[in-house]
Design a protein around this ligand. Structure first.
Ligand code: GUN
Ligand code: ZN
Length: 430
C-alpha cells in the first residue's frame, strides 16, 4: 500500500493576502489534497490528480460536498478558563478576581490539570483549531499537562507558565526568581520539543513587579526564538491601575518596552485603548496585537479599531480569549469581528476573514513556513467543514451563489457543528 493518502472535497486556501476579486485565493470546487508522512505533497483538481491516485493505488478519502481548508489558528486563549466561560456580569478586574483566579487556583493539582488539558485540546480540535497560543496557570504542572497532551497529537502549540508575583491571591503567586527559574526549566523541557514552542507569559503589568518583568526580558534575551504573550490596554480601569503602579513610564506599552518585551515574536492581547505613540512603537518593533472580539464585547472592554492599527503598520491576529471570550470556535469569533468592524464602517470581507484565521495568524506567529496553507511540504493540519449544522444554515447555504457568499455564511451562522473532521500532522484527531 502506498504511504500517501488523498482527500477529495472542495478545497480552499490562501497563497497571499486576498483581494476582493479573489487574488490570493486558491479554490478547487472538486479538488484533491495529497498527504505524505503528515505533510502536503500536492494540491490540485480531482481531474488532474485522479489518474495518479489510481495508478499508484493511493488510499482516497471522499469528503465530496464538504470543504477542506487549513486548520484555524487561535493566537490568544486561556486553557484553565474553559471552566468559567460564560460567567455573568463583571468587567475585567472584577471578572479576574471573582471567577478567573479561583478557577486557576485549582491547577496546583496535577491530576486535575491533566484532565482539563485533555478536555481543552480535544475541544480545540472539535472547534476546528489546530494551533493556538495558550496561557496556562502560574503552576509549572499546568504547562506540563498542556504540552504532554498537545504533543501526543503532534500539534503545533505555543504556551507558557503565567508569571504573577503580586496583586492576586497568595496561592497564585510565584516570585520574580521562581518564575524565572521555573520558566527556564520549562523552556529547556518543551521549546522546540517536537512542535511545541515556549511562550514567556507575564500575565499583565499589574500582576508583575518590575523585578519580574525584568526576568521576563532576561528569559527572552537568553533563549532566542521563544515567544512572549501578555495583555495590553484592554480596559480603562486596568490602564489607570498600570499608571498608578508604574508612574515613571510614559504609557502602558512603555512598561513592557522598558523590560525588553517587544519583538516580532511578541503578541499583546487586546490593545483597544492605545495612543498613536504606542501604535508607532508596536509597529517599529514588529510586535503583534491579538484582537479578541467575543471577549471585548462580553467584558464590555471596547471596540478594537483594526483599520487604525493597519494604518500604523501593526499586524493584528484574531483570537478567542476563552474564558472571557464566549466561544472556542473561530467561526463565531469572526461573527463578532464582523460586527465590530461594521460598527466602524469597514465591514470585514469573508476572504479577508478566512485568510486571517489561517495564513495571516500563522504569519503573525512566524510559523507560516510550516503551516497556514497547503503549499507543498507544509504540515497537513486541516479541517473539513460541512453545511449540515442546522436546518436554517443548510437551507440558506443552498441559496449561496458564490464562494465568498458561502464563506460569509460560515462566519456569521457557523459554529462547531460545521466542523466535521480535524487533521493534525496528517492524522484525524476529531
Ligand atoms: N488581563 C489579565 N489577565 C487576563 C485574563 O485572564 N483574561 C483577559 N481577558 N484579560 C486579562
Ligand atoms: Zn486573555
Amino acid at each position: 500500500m502506498n504511504s500517501m493518502k488523498a482527500y477529495r472535497a472542495s478545497i480552499l486556501h490562501f497563497i497571499s493576502e486576498p483581494t476582493l476579486d479573489g487574488g490570493g485565493v486558491e479554490f478547487f470546487d472538486d479538488g484533491i489534497l495529497l498527504v505524505e508522512q503528515g505533510r502536503v505533497s500536492a494540491l490540485d483538481s480531482a481531474e488532474k490528480l485522479l489518474p495518479k491516485i489510481e495508478q499508484e493505488n493511493i488510499d482516497l478519502v471522499d469528503y465530496s460536498g464538504q470543504l477542506i481548508m487549513p486548520g484555524f489558528i487561535d493566537t490568544h486563549v486561556h486553557f484553565p478558563q474553559i471552566n468559567i466561560i460564560g460567567s455573568y456580569g463583571e468587567k475585567l478586574l472584577d471578572w479576574l478576581n471573582n471567577y478567573t483566579f479561583p478557577a486557576e487556583s485549582k491547577f496546583s493539582d496535577q491530576a486535575y490539570a491533566q484532565v482539563v488539558a485533555e478536555q481543552f485540546v480535544q475541544s480545540l480540535f472539535s472547534h476546528g483549531t489546530t494551533t493556538a497560543m495558550v496561557y496556562c496557570t502560574v503552576h509549572p504542572e499546568s504547562v506540563d499537562a498542556f504540552f504532554t497532551t498537545s504533543s501526543r497529537y503532534d500539534a503545533c502549540m505555543l504556551a507558557g507558565k503565567v508569571m504573577m508575583d503580586r496583586n492576586c491571591p497568595e496561592n497564585l503567586q510565584d516570585t520574580a526568581v521562581s518564575s524565572y527559574e521555573q520558566s527556564q526549566a520549562l523552556i529547556d523541557k518543551w521549546h522546540k520539543n517536537g512542535r511545541s514552542l515556549y511562550t514567556v507569559t507575564p500575565r499583565f503589568a499589574p500582576t508583575s513587579t518590575p523585578a519580574q518583568l525584568a526576568f521576563a526580558g532576561k528569559l527572552l534575551r537568553e533563549n532566542s526564538g521563544v515567544y512572549l504573550q501578555t495583555h495590553l490596554s484592554e480596559n480603562v480601569s486596568e490602564i489607570e491601575w498600570v499608571k498608578s503602579l508604574y508612574p515613571d513610564h510614559e504609557n502602558y506599552l512603555d512598561v513592557y518596552d522598558h523590560y525588553g518585551l517587544l519583538s516580532e515574536n511578541s503578541t499583546f492581547g487586546h490593545g483597544i485603548h492605545l495612543s498613536d505613540g504606542e501604535l508607532t512603537r508596536l509597529s517599529d518593533t514588529q510586535s503583534k496585537i491579538a484582537f479578541c472580539p467575543t471577549s471585548n464585547l462580553f467584558l464590555g472592554s471596547g471596540l478594537y479599531d483594526l483599520a487604525r492599527s493597519e494604518k500604523f503598520g501593526v499586524a493584528t491576529s484574531i483570537a478567542t480569549d476563552v474564558g472571557a471570550g464566549t466561544s472556542l470556535c473561530q467561526l463565531q469569533t469572526l461573527n463578532e469581528a464582523y460586527k465590530v468592524t461594521q460598527l466602524q464602517d469597514y465591514p470585514l470581507h469573508s476572504y479577508q476573514a478566512f485568510y486571517w484565521l489561517t495564513l495571516a495568524n500563522a504569519k503573525s506567529l512566524n510559523i507560516d513556513d510550516e503551516l497556514g496553507n497547503f503549499n507543498t511540504g507544509k504540515y497537513a493540519d486541516f479541517i473539513v467543514l460541512g453545511s449540515d449544522s442546522s436546518s436554517v444554515f443548510e437551507y440558506r447555504y443552498q441559496l449561496c451563489q458564490s464562494l465568498s457568499e458561502k464563506l460569509f455564511l460560515f462566519m456569521t451562522m457557523g459554529d462547531d457543528r460545521n466542523i466535521k473532521h480535524t487533521y493534525v500532522h496528517g492524522e484525524c484527531v476529531y
